[in-house]
Design a protein around this ligand. Structure first.
Ligand code: 5GP
Length: 141
């Protein structure tokens, strides 16, 4: 079993050592915007409990992530007037994982609009601020 690296980027975000555009937080999970969004509102949900990916995460921690993912999906559909939502989770390098703290991608989708390629473009900070504000408002209902 490959071990969890406590110095991965998302662990640093959780410890407050790196900034993020936070959208939602509870006792078990944190949701923040992807800095290279593949669609407007592209959000990452992570567990607070350390886990590398689907292969080692505690099932209860995964259930908390799933609950938060559903909240974010509903808020994302509303905030971005989306027609649908794409969820993705990659595990290990061969599975497409780049950052080794479990995360679920939640991407609002508009009919006929393709996702941007992964990690293709760092979004403008002002745009990310606006998207976070819209998601936070949608989460409030
Ligand atoms: P994955 O590991 O599932 O392939 O993807 C990692 C994701 O993290 C990518 O979508 C990438 O854009 C995003 N990402 C990489 N570094 C950072 C960062 O420092 N902050 C945020 N918010 N997202 C990041």
């Amino acid at each position: 079993m490959t071990i969890y690296d406590t110095n991965n980027i998302f662990a640093k975000i959780l410890r407050g050592e790196l900034p993020c555009h936070k959208v939602y937080e509870d006792e078990h999970t944190l949701a923040f915007l992807d800095i290279m969004p593949r669609s407007p509102g592209h959000t990452l949900v992570i567990p607070k409990q350390p886990a590398r990916n689907i292969l080692d995460i505690d099932p209860d921690s995964l259930a908390h992530v799933a609950r938060t993912a559903k909240k974010i999906a509903i808020a994302g559909k509303k905030a971005f007037n989306a027609d649908g939502i794409t969820l993705q989770q990659f595990s290990e390098q061969a599975g497409g994982q780049v950052v080794f703290h479990l995360h679920v991608h939640i991407m609002p989708r508009v009919e006929g609009v393709a996702l941007l390629p992964a990690a293709s473009r760092k979004e403008d900070v002002k745009v990310l601020e606006d998207h976070a504000t819209r998601l936070i408002a949608a989460l409030k209902g």
